[in-house]
Design a protein around this ligand. Structure first.
Ligand code: F6P
Length: 406
C-alpha cells in the first residue's frame, strides 16, 4: 500500500500545528501509524535564540535561509526513513509558505505522494489572539510583551513576502482552520489515507468543554428577562461551588459573555487559575429580548399577549419585537463556539453562558430537533461536560452544588 507525506502550509499562527496533531491523532485512532516532523522544534533545538530574531526569517538573509532549508531537508530525511520502516503517514509541520519550498519538497520526496494541507485563518479576533499567545511562548521569555509582539509581527511580514497559496502542487487541501471547512482541494486520488484526513479536517474536535450557566441573579428570582443584573448571594455561592468543584480539573481557557453575571460566575474560578486565559465573547451574550428586555414574564403575558402567544406557538422561530429568536441566535453562538474551540485548541475550556445560549450551544452537539431546543434543561447548579474526539465521546451533566434554583 502506498504511504503518504502530509506537508502543512500556512503563515505563522494559522492553526497548522493544532491541525497536524489532530490529523495524527485521528489517523492513530483508525489504526494508521502517523508521526509529526516539526521544523520549528528542530530549529529551536539546533539554533536557539538567534532564530527568534526576525532577521533570521528575512528572505534576503542567506545564512538564515540556508539554515532553514537544512532543517527542512533533515526533517524530510527523517520522515522518509520513518516511512521506509514502520510509518504510514508522515506529517511535515512547517510553514512551507513559498512555492520554491514546496517544489523542493515535491522534488525530494518522490517515493510516496505528498499531500499539502494549507491552513487559512482570516478571523481578525482569532488571528490577533493567536499572535499574542505565540509571544508568551518560552522562545520569547527574555522579551518584553511589546518587543515580542513587534518581533513576531516582523517574522510574519517576512513570511508574507514569500507566501503563495497552493495551486500548482499535485495534491492539496485548503482548509479554513477556524471553521473545520474545506475551501478548495485537489484530491489525492487512490490514496486510502486521503478520505480519512479529509474527514478529520472537517470534524469538530472538542477535547474537553465544560458548559456552565451563570449563577442566580435577582432577575432570575423575579422571573425578569435579559438585562445586566449581578449575582445574588446564592448566585455567588454557586460560583464559589463551581470553582471548588473544578479545583482539580485542568481548565486553560475560560470564555464568558460580556454580561456581569457571567463574569461574576467565572471570577472565583479564575482567581485560582492565574495562568488561564479569560476572554469575553459577545457571541455568548444572552438572547436579546428587544422591546421586552428587563420585563417580567408575567408583564409580557399581560401587556404583550402576542409575544407570549408567538413564543408558545413557535418558541424556536419567534423573534422578540426588535429582538432575537433562538433561530437567529444560532449563527452567532456557532461563531462564538468556533472561536472558543479554535483558541483553546487541544486544551480544556469552560464557557459560562446563559440559559438560551447554553441551549443553542448544546443543540450544536446534540443535533436536536429545533422545536425542542428552547426547552433543554439548563440548571444553575450543574454543568455539561462534552468531549468529542475519535478516542472519546463524552456527554454528561454534572451537579456541582446541591442547593439552588434550577
Ligand atoms: O430567565 C433568564 C433568561 O436567561 C432570560 O434572560 C432569557 O430571556 C431567558 O432566560 C431565555 O429562556 P426562555 O427562552 O425560556 O425564556
Amino acid at each position: 500500500m502506498r504511504k503518504l507525506y502530509v506537508a502543512m502550509v500556512g503563515l505563522p499562527a494559522r492553526g497548522k500545528s493544532t491541525l497536524a496533531r489532530r490529523i495524527r491523532q485521528g489517523l492513530l485512532a483508525e489504526g494508521i501509524r502517523a508521526q509529526i516532523f516539526n521544523n520549528g522544534d528542530m530549529r529551536r533545538a539546533l539554533v536557539g535564540a538567534e532564530s527568534t530574531e526576525p532577521d533570521f526569517y528575512n528572505p534576503e538573509n542567506s545564512a538564515g535561509r540556508e539554515i532553514r532549508e537544512q532543517i527542512c531537508l533533515r526533517n524530510m530525511a527523517r520522515a522518509r526513513a520513518w516511512l521506509a520502516e514502520q510509518g504510514e503517514v508522515a506529517i511535515l509541520d512547517a510553514t512551507n509558505a513559498s512555492r520554491a519550498r514546496r517544489i523542493l519538497i515535491e522534488q525530494t520526496l518522490t517515493d510516496h505522494p505528498v499531500l499539502f494541507v494549507e491552513c487559512v485563518n482570516e478571523d481578525p479576533l482569532l488571528l490577533n489572539a493567536c499572535i499574542r499567545r505565540k509571544t508568551t511562548l518560552p522562545e520569547y521569555a527574555s522579551y518584553s510583551e511589546a518587543d515580542a509582539l513587534d518581533s513576531f509581527m516582523k517574522r510574519i511580514g517576512y513570511y508574507e513576502s514569500i507566501y503563495s497559496p497552493l495551486q500548482d502542487e499535485k495534491f492539496w487541501l485548503c482548509v479554513d482552520s477556524t471553521a473545520n471547512r474545506i475551501l478548495d482541494e485537489r484530491p489525492c486520488e487512490g490514496s486510502p489515507y486521503y478520505p480519512a484526513i479529509r474527514e478529520i479536517v472537517v470534524s469538530v474536535w472538542v477535547h474537553s468543554l465544560y458548559l456552565a450557566r451563570h449563577g442566580q441573579t435577582e432577575f432570575n428570582v423575579q422571573g425578569r428577562i435579559g438585562g445586566d443584573p449581578p449575582l445574588t448571594a446564592l448566585g455567588r455561592s454557586q460560583a464559589e461551588a463551581l470553582a471548588r468543584h473544578m479545583r482539580d480539573r485542568r481548565i486553560d481557557w475560560v470564555f464568558t459573555s460580556t454580561r456581569l453575571r457571567s463574569h461574576e460566575t467565572a471570577a472565583p474560578l479564575l482567581v485560582e487559575r492565574p495562568g488561564a486565559h479569560a476572554m469575553a465573547l459577545k457571541e455568548f451574550d444572552e438572547i436579546w429580548a428587544g422591546d421586552c428586555e428587563g420585563m417580567l414574564y408575567s408583564e409580557i403575558r399581560r401587556s404583550m399577549p402576542d409575544v407570549t402567544a408567538g413564543r408558545n406557538a413557535d418558541k424556536y422561530g419567534y423573534a422578540y419585537p426588535n429582538g432575537e429568536s433562538y433561530a437567529i441566535l444560532r449563527e452567532r453562538v456557532q461563531r462564538g463556539l468556533r472561536r472558543a474551540l479554535f483558541l483553546a485548541g487541544d486544551a480544556p475550556l469552560l464557557i459560562v453562558g446563559h440559559q438560551a445560549i447554553n441551549r443553542v450551544l448544546l443543540s450544536l452537539f446534540l443535533r436536536q430537533r429545533s422545536e425542542d431546543v428552547p426547552y433543554i434543561y439548563i440548571p444553575q447548579n450543574q454543568y455539561y461536560h462534552i468531549s468529542l474526539t475519535p478516542h472519546r465521546k463524552v456527554f454528561e451533566r454534572v451537579p456541582y452544588e446541591r442547593t439552588g434554583r434550577d
